[in-house]
Design a protein around this ligand. Sequence first.
Ligand SMILES: Cc1cc2nc3c(=O)[nH]c(=O)nc-3n(C[C@H](O)[C@H](O)[C@H](O)COP(=O)(O)OP(=O)(O)OC[C@H]3O[C@@H](n4cnc5c(N)ncnc54)[C@H](O)[C@@H]3O)c2cc1C
Length: 253
Amino acid sequence: MDPEKYCRVHLAERIDFTDDLAVFRFRPDEALPFTPGQYATLGLDVEGRERPLLRPYSVASAPHEDVLDFFVERLEDGSLTPRLWDLEPGDTGWVRRRIVGLFTLDRESGRPRHLMGATVTGVAPFVSIARAHQHALSNGDHSGEPPRMLVVHGASHPRELGFYHEELATLEREGWLRYVPTISRPWEHPDWDGETGRVGDVLRKHADAEDFTARNAVAYACGHPGMIENAHAILERAGFDEEHLHEEKYFRA
Ligand SMILES: Cc1cc2nc3c(=O)[nH]c(=O)nc-3n(C[C@H](O)[C@H](O)[C@H](O)COP(=O)(O)OP(=O)(O)OC[C@H]3O[C@@H](n4cnc5c(N)ncnc54)[C@H](O)[C@@H]3O)c2cc1C
């Protein structure tokens, strides 16, 4: 592995939410700078392969943290994710030094509101953005107009929202972020009193209710390509143009 390009990372902790959803918390040998919302290329050494097996993952932690968190879904027939699930704390991998991507908070538009939709692990970039913003606020950095965020986070079951459900609900009390979880199998969770149904529909409902419009907001969608296409169509009908619709598709449908 070219040490100029890749940094050694050590698994510090792993938090399993379900059999196939977990946060992998890696500690890099050196600090790796990035902008909240970007993705890292994570690699694992695989026996018989000359080069590590690499896949992109949105960073869920914020730049001020000394770890890199990845919220990952295991694919039964996947190449990298079953190997990730074999890792235990102390095991190592690689992360490309250049953490990249354009799926970051759009400040250039000058719009103060940010409408964000995610399926399950697609919440990662929004968590990074929210954590970084909260960190800046707690350090007294109030430069510029403070962004307002509305995050709709969809899953089939509540446990798939992970600890981000509690984390973002707690941040909501600060007033600059609204967190709306939605589940698609509510009949299996009679105690669930939150939203139900598809991310795109819930996004539209809460955008209308909270005045996130095509004039004052930028929209973002991250995760499953089906949700992104559905949300795109709904937001287009609400007047959002391509310039103010940002997308991060995790795979091709
Ligand atoms: C910019 C970017 C950021 C990403 N961030 C994340 C992240 O934060 N968390 C995360 O879990 N994944 C993320 N992904 C997806 C990730 O890179 C891998 O594709 C995924 O983990 C599967 O890897 P694998 O090697 O196990 O499966 P592969 O062997 O690469 O994939 C097997 C097949 O499954 C498809 N596939 C990939 N992901 C899914 C899925 N979720 N559901 C159904 N089919 C799928 C692939 O297109 C391929 O056809 C991201 C992808 C991109 C492009």
